[in-house]
Design a protein around this ligand. Sequence first.
Ligand SMILES: *[C@@H]1O[C@H](CO)[C@@H](O)[C@H](O)[C@H]1NC(C)=O
Length: 338
Amino acid sequence: MLILLENNQTTITEFILLGFGNLHGLQILLFVTFLAIYLITVSGNILILITVSLSRGLHTPMYFFLLNFSFLEIWYTTSVVPKMLKTLLKVREAISFSGCITQFYFFGSMAVVECYLLAVMSYDRYLAICNPLRYTTIMNIKVCFQMAAGSWISGFLTPIVTIVLTFRLPFCASNEIDHFFCDLSPIIKLSCADPHIAEMTTFILASMVTMVPFLLTLASYAKIILTVLRIPSAKGKQKAFSTCSSHLIVVTLFYVTLGTVYAAPSAKQSPILNKLFSLLYTVITPMFNPMIYSLRNKDVKEALWKLIYKEPYCPCMATTVEPEAAYKGTPIEVAIDQ
Ligand SMILES: *[C@@H]1O[C@H](CO)[C@@H](O)[C@H](O)[C@H]1NC(C)=O
């Protein structure tokens, strides 16, 4: 990769991140807001990491993936936010050419890992709900580990092609990136060569890469919903669905925000819209994910309660389940409980 870059007569050694441009004195307010969001995101995800690792009751495939997902979210948001905070304090924040490549590489990798992990997590829910009798044999520790590792490996391999294609473009006009991090489309815009080939290739690659996990996720949820609808009792329905509703919200948030930026051409045209939507998926959704998982998930809440108060259960939630109801149900309910 480095050789390819050197062969090109790049005249630019650094980029300038313009960030949000002239904010007329709002910088400090935004800085404090985004810093607070970032700290909440990181500590929320760390809290999930600690809760899941320390609670024996949560040592199941679903929580193994949640643990991995929270770990990923910390790095995902960290690849963008600290530098973005610096652009708020300085009007022209410089980033070296290699720094820019590195930032895009990490951000791109993490986004792809996220797509794959979300798909793996929905496949796990699909097996638990639609194939409960074989769930524990299929989803053993080794398979869980391999699936998570596969997501990370695909994530780190995928952005390489895009990076080679983009950063080989000749840059000669300007080095000012009208964005708060080194994202692809603002960089491609700076190239003085015809950017269409890089744009098209990137678009096709990005669609192919995200399409596979997206369709897998969609198929898993289609199957889950059909199965849940066929459960006769209302209580069984609710119970089966409650284990995947948090995850469904997270998946929807992720694909809707990402899809808006990468699929809507108008967002790419307007730097302001692009920045707003990018804020959504780099700063806002990573903050909501731990909240959705911990506030909506009874098991996580109970585990957290036990860790803090060393009490067997949270009295405020005692009304939601009868203790021995769990293992009396259909195989579906038994598998979900594991
Ligand atoms: C996430 O999964 C990968 C691959 O299985 C593993 O190497 C890594 O330790 C996991 N991370 C956490 C925090 O569990």
